[in-house]
Design a binder for this molecule. Sequence first.
Ligand SMILES: C[S@@+](CC[C@H](N)C(=O)[O-])C[C@H]1O[C@@H](n2cnc3c(N)ncnc32)[C@H](O)[C@@H]1O
Length: 220
Amino acid sequence: MTPGETAAHDWLTSRHHEAMARLELLVNALVDENARQNLVSRPSLEAVWQRHILDSAQLLHVSRETVPSGSWLDLGSGAGFPGLVIAALQPERPVALVDSRRLRTEWLVRAAAHMGLANVEVILSRVEDLPDRRWSVISARAFAPLDRLLDVAARFSTPETLWLLPKGARAQHELNELGADWNRVFHVEQSLTDPSAGIIVGHLIGRTDKTPSRKRGSRR
Ligand SMILES: C[S@@+](CC[C@H](N)C(=O)[O-])C[C@H]1O[C@@H](n2cnc3c(N)ncnc32)[C@H](O)[C@@H]1O
């Protein structure tokens, strides 16, 4: 392991010792599966503990807010980040992983079983087609720009729902560009795994009017 990988592994071990065996199973299975389907980029596998496992796990720690217990919805889970890692860290918490690609969801079902997780629900669906239901936490990494994400997922949220959105280098920009028609209390936290990346954290109160939020450039 590189120094960065060792540090990521140590960080996780110190806080989530009981979950490390499950995470090791995930990493090994991911390396195998990535030879069959392109779940994550090959270079990122060289730093899998930092780029994917810790990058996901940090969502439980990065916020000034306490992450509420209760159901967690991860949109566009892909290889399982962050949702599958959260499920491994908190095996009592119900976690739903949604992806529109069958190969991805088949992998997610296999991976969850391999890790011995009984708290994971894998849903093969476009987010747009999911039934209405409210969740305690909503996450989405590399899924959609913030305005589109809110358009398709606001209906899963109450004002108490905590949104955790790893956004890379454009986090603050996306938040600044979000139209005034969304009544929200969001801020950006710095990622632990990448100093240039941000995580949008906070709550969505609702729409302020019926205008679609696609209009850009209207800053709060
Ligand atoms: C760039 S990948 C990110 C995967 C994962 N969250 C990560 O960060 O590694 C985006 C994922 O969203 C899924 N996706 C794209 N549009 C979707 C939609 N409308 N509904 C559900 N899943 C979608 C894709 O199949 C893909 O697996």
